[in-house]
Structure formats: structure tokens, C-alpha cells
Design a protein around this ligand. Sequence first.
Ligand SMILES: Cc1cc2nc3c(=O)[nH]c(=O)nc-3n(C[C@H](O)[C@H](O)[C@H](O)COP(=O)(O)O)c2cc1C
Length: 189
Amino acid sequence: MGEIIVAITGASGALYGLKLIEVLSDLGNKMRVIVTESAKLTLTHECGYDFEKLKSIEGVTLEDNADIAAKSASGSAKIDAMVIVPCSGTTLGKLASGIGDNLVTRSAIVAMKERRKLIIVPRETPLATVHIENMLKLSSWDTVILPASPGFYNYPNSIDDLVDFIVSRILDQLGIENNVSKRWTGDEI
Ligand SMILES: Cc1cc2nc3c(=O)[nH]c(=O)nc-3n(C[C@H](O)[C@H](O)[C@H](O)COP(=O)(O)O)c2cc1C
């Protein structure tokens, strides 16, 4: 298996990205991780987490969002999939317009042109019409739009439970076996 790109952008919910990286690492995956300037702020503000610490996670290569020549930006690199989690309205808009002006957006455009799996986890509420239009565009181009809206049917007890719900759905989309969140059996009701 090749590497997975995980990009954290400046939408609220940096914890979703952090948790995904931790679980992928625990499961033995290799990742290229990119953090935008705004995401450095949300990681600090929401999680008290210095993005440089990502470097010490097993399996992670931290790339610089300004480095447009990094491996993630290459169509010939052995990359299996890309996840943008959380994805800001700004990054969503750039992708819907084909703009690749930093490593996150360039790598996502490359993922689309190479027909790699691209999973986008948008976080905004309420949504502007432009967000909805951009999601429709990206979805019609085979991108998976996986909103950061956890279900409540498993009676979550904590923020971790809510985050795990989304992480589990991302792993399902990546085709990675996992029991991060409880699955519906059909016997609950
Ligand atoms: C604390 C904080 C929370 C934010 N939350 C969101 C959000 O939930 N959704 C969003 O689209 N933008 C949000 N933003 C704004 C983005 O960070 C901003 O639009 C930025 O340009 C995104 O750039 P990026 O996609 O390159 O990270 C937030 C900004 C801050 C400082």
C-alpha cells in the first residue's frame, strides 16, 4: 500500500484530523501530513497542540504547505488516497475552481486528476449557497463529501465518541478495517 495524505485546514474541528492521524498510525499506515497556516491556529486554540509534534508520530512525514514541490504534489508518487479533515470553505472553494495554490490544494487537484480517492470533511454551519454548490461540484467529480456531522444513534458519551464516529466513517471510505466506533446492527430498535 502507498501513503495516505492527511491535510488539516483551518475549519473548526482540528481534533478530527489529529484523531485520524493517530488511528492511522496505530494501524501501521504511512502518512504525509500537511497543515495550513490557519490550521496551525485551530490546532493550538482548540486542541492546545503544537503542529510540530506531528513529526514524532510513527508513520508521519510532515510536509510544508508552502512547498509545492513536496511528494504529495506529484502525480507519479505512490499515494493511495487523500483526506482533507477538517476542510474549510476556503479550501473547498479553491478545489471547486481548480486552484492549486498551496500543497494542500495542489495535492487535492492532483488526486482528482490521477483519480485517487479524495475524501473531504467540510465543517461550517450554516452553509452558504456557494459552499453547497462547491460540494455538489466536487461530489459530481467523484470526491467523497463526508460532513463533520456525527450521528447520535449510538448514544455518544463524550467528544471523543463523536470524533470517533467521523474517523470511523473516513476509515470505511479508505477501505481500512476498523472498530473505532460502534456499528449499527439492526437490533437496536
Ligand atoms: C478559530 C477559527 C475557527 C474557524 N472555523 C472555520 C470553520 O468551521 N469553517 C470554515 O470554513 N472556516 C473556518 N475558519 C476560517 C478559516 O480558517 C479561513 O477561511 C482560512 O482562510 C482557511 O484557510 P485554509 O483552508 O487554507 O486553512 C475558522 C477560523 C478560525 C480562526
